[in-house]
Design a protein around this ligand. Structure first.
Ligand SMILES: Cc1cc2nc3c(=O)[nH]c(=O)nc-3n(C[C@H](O)[C@H](O)[C@H](O)COP(=O)(O)OP(=O)(O)OC[C@H]3O[C@@H](n4cnc5c(N)ncnc54)[C@H](O)[C@@H]3O)c2cc1C
Length: 385
């Protein structure tokens, strides 16, 4: 077991950080881009090889490891949260479903455009009545003589306002084994994208409705028995979510250290007050232990053909989400009124880290997964009868 990063990995972190500081620093903590989706920045990331870092070269990716992608997103998230979101979408998110399960023609049609920053892909999983319980999604896919008819709707769709294509989780029949997913392209008749809502972080989300949308059979990504496969790859998405939580917490910690050294009250630097020093120590221990769990999950997946261990992913996501939010919340207190002021970065970090405790499977659901791994699924009354 080697806890040191290699020279190449350190170089990767340094180059992503320098690139981020050069291009993405300005306005990095503003709630929203003034001109909608920053396509030009996405193309810049693509030109730097920061899209498809861990996708195979045969699919147009960089052929790196999942751990490389984790290090890159962690580094970028400390400079620019929004640029890190773009790394998420082009490395960890729905793009992974297309790369893992798409046919050759589907990959050829969508992956190059997504990797070049010309098309934006989003995941349509959550529904108004099926959030944590993804087994209960009600959006249906029905095969007809001229294609597949999609009926239903999705909510909380990140990047939906600007997406060109969605990986939409659907059911082809009753029960979990009939859950799969399809690709829905913008402009499909019957698709309505309502993107007027926002999360508390300021990020817009879309509400999608599918009114008998007819899609071609080639756009079916997974049909029967797709559910387990969807979650196998969704665990990669969770690591991108975890890495950004961690990075935001790390940023909150480094800013807090600087602040405690420079801010003086009662004639002394804040860094002299023991109660505040302990906050710094507590932030560090939570972040550092969460980081070990995240790195282990990524390195382990790389050793297993890129397939993540679900329990390792849940441990990593839970620890990083809670450590990131803990650090953000403590930083807000350490900065006093300046932390709570609407202009500063700390309140933004606080709002973003709060969201990741819900997005991508809530912290409660991660606890359920970890407990199920240790105890098995809870026994239900009907199991005993
Ligand atoms: C910032 C952000 C971005 C998102 N982006 C997307 C996206 O791009 N695409 C998409 O499809 N969705 C997205 N979501 C939606 C997200 O996946 C859901 O919000 C999440 O899965 C929880 O579902 P819910 O909100 O319906 O809450 P519910 O499932 O209704 O849960 C409510 C509460 O009950 C708890 N709970 C539920 N079941 C259990 C249980 N069995 N045991 C213990 N506690 C339980 C939950 O943890 C939660 O605290 C996003 C959400 C956020 C906040």
């Amino acid at each position: 077991m080697d806890f040191d990063l290699s020279a190449e990995q350190k170089l990767l972190i340094d180059s992503v950080t320098a690139f981020g500081e050069r291009h993405f620093f300005e306005g990095a903590y503003a709630d929203e881009e003034p001109d909608g989706y920053p396509h030009r920045f996405l193309k810049l990331l693509a030109s730097q090889g920061l899209t498809g870092i861990c996708l195979p070269e045969s699919h147009g990716g960089q052929g790196g490891s999942l751990f490389d992608a984790v290090l890159a997103i962690e580094a970028m998230a400390q400079v620019s949260p929004r640029a890190a979101d773009m790394i998420q979408a082009t490395n960890f998110g729905a793009i992974q479903q297309i790369a893992a399960y798409g046919s050759d023609s589907m990959r050829a049609k969508f992956l190059p455009a997504i990797l070049a920053g010309d098309k934006i892909v989003s995941v349509g999983m959550s529904e108004p009545n099926a959030g944590s319980a993804t087994t209960e999604i009600a959006t249906t896919a029905t095969r007809t003589h001229n294609g597949v008819r999609i009926r239903g709707g999705k909510t909380f769709n990140t990047n939906g306002a600007h997406a060109d294509v969605w990986v939409v989780w659907v059911r082809f029949g009753p029960g979990t084994r009939n859950i799969g997913c399809v690709l829905m392209e913008r402009g499909t008749p019957g698709l309505e994208v309502n993107a007027t809502s926002k999360f508390m972080s300021g990020e817009p989300y879309a509400i999608l409705s599918f009114d008998d949308c007819l899609i071609p059979e080639e756009n079916v990504l997974l049909d029967r028995d797709g559910f387990k496969k969807l979650f196998t790859v969704f665990n990669i998405e969770r690591l991108g979510n975890a890495a950004r939580s961690l990075a935001h917490g790390e940023k909150a910690l480094s800013m807090s250290i600087e602040y405690l050294k420079s801010r003086r009250q009662f004639g002394e630097p804040l860094a002299n007050f023991q109660g505040l020093r302990w906050k710094i120590a507590d932030m560090k221990v939570r972040l550092e232990s969460a980081k070990m769990l995240l790195y282990r999950a990524a390195v382990d997946a790389d050793k297993n053909d890129g397939i993540p261990n679900p329990a390792y992913c849940s441990l990593a996501k839970l620890a990083c989400n809670e450590a990131g939010f803990f650090a953000a919340n403590e930083a807000l207190q350490l900065f006093g009124g300046y932390g709570y002021a609407a202009e500063g970065p700390i309140q933004y970090i606080f709002r973003r880290t709060r969201g990741w405790m819900i997005a991508g499977g809530t912290v409660e659901i991660q606890r359920n997964q970890i407990a199920a791994h240790l105890l098995g699924k809870p026994e239900r009354k009907e199991d005993r009868s």
